[in-house]
Design a protein around this ligand. Structure first.
Ligand code: NAP
Length: 497
């Protein structure tokens, strides 16, 4: 069982006492006292015992020196003497440095002072799996809890740590693997699925390490019935699915979390998705640019997935990865709600990626005449062939005079924070269409929507599609119908903030 450790970053004994009470009330199994943060500890070693006495429960002692990223100025013999004192002060665990404290780790291995040693190693940047494994095995060989922390620039690096946890857990020896930062957070959320011995958390607003969850959330995730969901994409910074899906969870009284996972396309593969399910994810969304890859890696594909050869929703059924495409329904609901009539309408679809496939399926089912325009002629012609439509080269739109009833943007052009944020779709094509629909939802009014309105055209953004595809995905994952108005409100709040 994974134990929840609340890291306390207090400067006084009174603070340690107060915060430890709060942490245990919030569900912590232990507290970590950062002795190096306690004011005056280097000059008054007796404070170690005082700190231990201030906690009414199990505790981890950590004394990290400045050269290890901590705050204690102790070095050499003075540091060692202090650590000797810590080891004999009745802490359930003592955090030591794998690289520096070999002597103490050896003594603790032969069970000195009743404390369990944690052999910590902190990487300062993301490194290859082989190097993490080497350090981890060294920690395990020291008969300690081997603890490795590594900053994660993307979630694929955190998944690598989870894979390593899967490889190592068969040995039955205790370890902790932590991915630091927002993209490493899945290693905290799935600490028990990874069989980590300890999950470090913080009191609200008192983060001791980047990416820590608050104690109540961390403890809540360990409870039976918690739902872990996520989004695989690149980038994911523009996404508002987290607040929207977490509002959905609350609306049906489910405890859980939704994590945006930045997975570069070259790292998206079956093993990665299988690992996420292995460590506890119940459901995953897939967004740009991974939907067609997601389709290929599934064991089972729903009808909507087969119809589009793209997948935006993944779940597990009897150990098999199942792919669905809820974008089709999402888009159908958007046009129905906005009263956009597509039967016999001539519609220009810009883009030929995963979302375009869903849009074309919904439009051809609705009886529209579709023209696809994409910058890669092969992608445009393949999609046109799949939905029985025609296609036109994207660059030609700039000077074309053809008119359309509706134009739909399925590219990321105009997305907040993306590299295409400041680009615009060809104004000419927008002007030559009566209605403009943008799948981009962040910002609420995209630059191209503003252009359409300037020409006196009707323009709709992608928020309603986002909410509706999210509702369908949520039903697949949980079997429950969420409150759509709460999902919409949560997404809108973020977009308007
Ligand atoms: P995707 O599979 O990567 O496809 C993106 C398409 O856009 C590709 O055809 C790509 O062409 C094209 N494209 C990208 N940048 C372009 C540019 N600067 N000029 C011209 N074409 C460009 O991504 P996706 O999953 O379809 O998603 C596309 C967009 O739709 C994303 O912004 C996503 O957030 C949005 N979306 C919104 C909803 C919603 O619910 N509102 C649902 C689904 C998708 P190349 O192949 O040449 O790169």
């Amino acid at each position: 069982m994974t134990l929840v450790v609340a890291s306390l970053v207090e400067r006084s004994i009174a603070g340690v006492s107060r915060s430890s009470k709060k942490a245990f009330e919030a569900g912590a199994d232990l507290v970590e006292i950062r002795l190096d943060i306690l004011r005056g500890i280097d000059a008054h070693p007796n404070l170690v015992q005082d700190a231990r006495g201030a906690v009414d429960g199990a505790a981890v002692a950590t004394l990290r020196s400045t050269f290890e990223g901590g705050r204690s100025d102790l070095k050499g013999g003075a540091r060692r003497a202090m650590l000797e004192r810590v080891v004999d002060s009745g802490f359930e665990y003592t955090d030591l440095e794998l690289a520096r404290d070999a002597h103490l780790l050896k003594e603790l291995g032969s069970s000195r002072g009743g404390t369990k040693a944690i052999a910590s190693y902190h990487f300062s940047r993301p490194v290859a799996k082989a190097l993490v494994r080497q350090r981890l095995e060294k920690g395990l060989a020291a008969r300690a809890v081997a603890k490795i922390a590594m900053p994660c620039a993307n979630a694929a690096q955190a998944v690598m740590l989870a894979e390593l946890a899967g490889d190592i857990s068969a040995k039955g020896k205790p370890f902790v693997l932590i991915g630091m930062g927002a993209q490493g957070q899945l290693t905290r959320v799935c600490a028990s699925g990874m069989r980590s011995e300890l999950a470090y958390a913080c009191l609200p607003g008192k983060e001791a390490a980047p990416g820590q969850l608050d104690v109540r959330t961390q403890a809540g995730l360990a409870k039976h019935g918690s739902v872990i969901l996520g989004l695989i994409g690149h980038p994911v910074s523009h996404s508002v699915s987290r607040p929207m899906q977490e509002a959905a969870l609350r609306s049906v009284d489910l405890n859980g979390i939704y994590l945006p996972l930045d997975i570069p396309p070259e790292r998206m593969n079956r093993r990665l998705v299988a690992t996420l399910f292995d460590i506890g994810f119940r459901g995953l969304n897939v967004t740009i640019p991974n939907k067609q890859k997601a389709y290929r890696l599934c064991d089972i594909r729903s009808e909507s997935a087969r119809n589009t050869a793209a997948v935006n929703t993944l779940h597990l059924q009897k150990g098999k990865i199942v792919g669905e495409n809820t974008d089709v329904k999402g888009f159908q609901q958007l046009i129905s709600l906005k009263k956009v009539r597509v039967k016999n309408a001539r519609i220009l679809v810009i883009g030929a990626g995963g979302a375009a496939r869903a849009v074309c399926k919904a439009l051809s089912d609705g009886g529209a005449e579709i023209v696809v325009a994409a910058r890669r002629p092969k992608a445009a012609s393949d999609l046109a062939k799949a939905c029985g439509s025609s296609w036109t080269p994207y660059p030609a739109l700039g000077t074309a005079t053809e008119t359309y009833d509706i134009m739909v943007n399925t590219t990321p052009i105009g997305t907040k924070g993306a590299k295409d944020e400041l680009s615009n779709l060809p104004e000419n094509a927008i002007k030559n269409s009566r209605i403009f629909v943008d799948l981009v939802y962040n910002p609420s009014t995209t630059p191209s929507m503003a252009v359409a309105r300037r020409f006196g055209r009707t323009a709709h953004g992608g928020l309603e599609m986002l909410v509706r595809q999210g509702e369908e995905a949520f039903k697949i994952w949980t079997g429950k119908s969420p409150d759509v108005s709460k999902m919409r409100l949560a997404a809108r709040r973020v977009l308007e903030s």
